[in-house]
Design a binder for this molecule. Structure first.
Ligand SMILES: [Zn+2]
Length: 193
């Protein structure tokens, strides 16, 4: 069997060129980098991919293609590689989700939402729960906390609901907090009767 290493050798130059183009693509700091420096960065990536692909041509080409594609469209990743903040080993250890700029943003949003959800969770930790008032946002009634809010008089609503007893009720409201999605909302007590 012919050594795979020799087959790969012909592809190294193409891979390095592809990675250099990816590092250059729309790079706003391009003037700061000599082409031989970018070739050096690209070579170190190529070398690492070659080693981690165990010299198998298919995975090697696929990995180079995927990395070049993501480096070219992910400005943060591109900048970090050019500044050597991320080395080839770190780059090669990154998942597809970590490489893609859109996914990156989505992940950060998700983390922020989760953090908000946890903060809300703490606020409602000791509050009683109800299953009778599903969340208007996610529809879940699995874990809806509530608290009575007093003195939340709303004249407009008092008029809407009218009548002496309704006015009394309108002075208190119930605030709900959905623990599933973090949504909270308030409803007049009179509305709930
Ligand atoms: Zn919800």
């Amino acid at each position: 069997m012919e050594p795979v290493r020799r087959i790969l050798h012909g592809h190294e130059e193409a891979a390095v060129s592809k990675l250099v183009r990816a590092l250059e693509e729309q790079n706003q700091d391009l003037e700061h980098y000599a082409r031989c420096y970018l070739r050096y960065v690209a070579s170190s990536i190529e070398q690492h991919v070659r080693q981690s692909s165990a010299n198998a041509l298919g995975p090697y080409r696929e990995r180079v293609r995927s990395l070049a594609f993501n480096i070219a469209r992910n400005r943060q990743l591109q900048g970090a590689l050019c500044r050597r903040e991320i080395g080839a080993p770190e780059l090669c250890a990154m998942s597809a989700a970590e490489l893609a700029p859109d996914e990156e943003r989505a992940r950060r949003q998700l983390a922020a939402r989760e953090q908000m959800r946890r903060a809300t969770r703490n606020e409602w930790a000791d509050a009683p729960r109800t299953r009778r008032h599903p969340c208007p946002r996610c529809g879940s009634s699995e874990d809806v906390a509530y608290e009575h809010v007093h003195g939340a008089r709303d004249n407009r609503k008092a008029e809407t609901w009218g009548g002496g007893s309704a006015n009394e009720h309108s002075e208190s409201a119930i605030r709900f907090g959905c623990q599933s999605c973090g949504c909270d909302w308030t409803a007049e007590t009179s509305q709930l009767l």
